[in-house]
Design a binder for this molecule. Structure first.
Ligand code: GAP
Length: 418
């Protein structure tokens, strides 16, 4: 498939099937703004949940936080964003932080929408240490919206002005930064693979000195072969003690870690894995998109006739819909009643199971393939006789007949396999 073609096809599928819409589309849109529809939102939530599970809930050394989007502007002064968070524009550098104003009348002051979630983590370092008494090394994690007035937003949800990030600031002893940098360097691809990104298309780039952010002493970008070029998907940075030291100077509040054994006070150094949610969603969609000849006869396929099947091969764990239940015919009340019973039972145990009786079975398969539903379950006349149903596998198109009572276990097993 030509690369441009792939991008066009994914964007079109996202709109057609309810993943992503252009922001304020009926008014002609607004550059760099996109809206997530029902399935895109479910996919995004699953991607975020897997991240939170991997990097926070399954570990003992991580603390979650959810900080305000608008912070005291002094914080951005201290962190260097007011002077340095800029892109070249003509002769001048253009600061890409969005300005807003807080308060009314003479009280009003200029503030900024945060350009990274990291800022809220650093200013809460002391609070977290005082509340939880963590032992080094430990991390603080945040998922949230950030805003960047990008000069040239482009490529669908790749470069946007309102985005979401998933970030960890991992605090370590200064002498141990290389060890933990290498540790995170292995963990990042582990997550990308788990979420279903095609790892043959992911490459590491050691970012040269001149191109690193002002706070970083070493950065590795994890790049992905997008159809419009090989570009940054997520990054890993060594931020040294830059931020804690800067906020200490700016706020006058000591931001140190006191070693519980030696009593020594140190400013920890920081390793920062930073993921963009929207870019991850795009890489997942591009990795999952496939077309094949299932659904047209071999004669049609060899003559280039008939329609190719489009499918999204999501890992079941992040698929927005896990299973769809169909009555074979919707005008047969006995089939519908039985299918409803099987559907309710399944949905109570496998959330995101969907009812689908729209159009004929072929149409329902096409629709579910495009949504990326791993399993379609059909209730037919044989079900009424022996309580068995057919389960169709999205990727192979193969069907097998199973006991309706085994459905929950079969699906749980399938979901756990990823
Ligand atoms: N706290 C570090 C930080 O913000 P960054 O490289 O500027 O580093 C991290 O951003 C990630 O956020 C990127 O790797 C990318 O996934 C995502 N990102 C940044 N700007 C973006 C934009 N305009 N649109 C979509 N995603 C963006």
């Amino acid at each position: 498939m030509a690369r441009d073609d792939l991008m066009e096809k994914v964007v079109s599928l996202c709109k057609r099937r309810g993943f992503v819409y252009q922001g304020s589309e009926i008014y002609g849109g607004l550059a760099g703004m996109w809206d997530y529809a029902h399935y895109g939102l479910a996919l995004k939530n699953n991607i975020k949940q897997l991240w939170w599970h991997t990097f926070v809930d399954s570990r003992d050394d991580m603390y979650g936080i959810d900080t305000a989007v608008i912070m005291n502007p002094k914080a951005w002064e201290s962190s260097g964003h007011i002077s340095s968070f800029a892109d070249p524009l003509g002769d001048k550098m253009f600061n890409t932080m969005f300005k807003t104003s807080v308060g009314a009348g003479e009280e009003a002051m200029t503030a900024y929408l945060r350009p990274e979630t990291a800022g809220g983590i650093f200013v809460n370092f002391k609070n977290v240490v005082d509340s939880f008494h963590p032992v080094l090394p430990f991390g603080i994690a945040q998922i949230g919206k950030v805003f960047r007035n990008e000069i040239a937003p482009r490529d669908f949800i790749f470069r946007v002005r309102e985005l979401e990030q998933m970030e960890v600031e991992y605090f370590v002893r200064p002498s141990e930064w290389e060890r933990y940098f290498e540790e995170w360097r292995k963990k990042v691809p582990g997550y990308l693979a788990a979420v279903g990104i095609d790892m043959d298309k992911v490459h590491e780039l050691d970012v040269p000195d001149a191109e690193r952010a002002h706070y970083s002493k070493r950065t590795i970008d994890f790049e992905f072969d997008f159809p419009f070029g090989t570009k940054e998907l997520c990054g890993l940075a060594y931020r040294t003690s830059f931020d804690l030291s800067a906020h200490e100077r700016g706020s006058g509040v000591e931001l140190r870690y006191v070693d519980q054994e030696t009593g020594e006070k140190i400013v920890p150094h920081v390793i920062e894995p930073s993921f963009g949610v929207d870019r991850t969603v795009l890489a997942v969609l591009l990795s999952a998109y496939a077309e094949d000849d299932l659904g047209r006869s071999s004669a049609e396929a060899s003559e280039g006739k008939g329609e190719k099947r489009i499918l999204l091969k999501f890992n079941p764990s992040i698929a927005p819909v896990k299973a769809a239940v169909f009555p074979l015919l919707k005008n047969k009340p006995e089939l519908v009643t039985k299918a409803r019973e099987i559907y309710s039972n399944l949905k109570s145990q496998i959330p995101n199971t969907m009812w689908d009786d729209n159009g004929n079975i072929g149409k329902r398969y096409r629709r579910q393939d495009e949504i990326g539903t791993p399993w379609c379950i059909t209730v037919d006349f044989e079900t009424l006789e022996n309580n068995t149903v057919t389960v169709r596998d999205r990727d192979s198109g193969g069907q097998k007949r199973v006991e309706a009572e085994e459905l929950v276990l079969i699906l749980q097993h399938g979901l756990a396999g990823y």
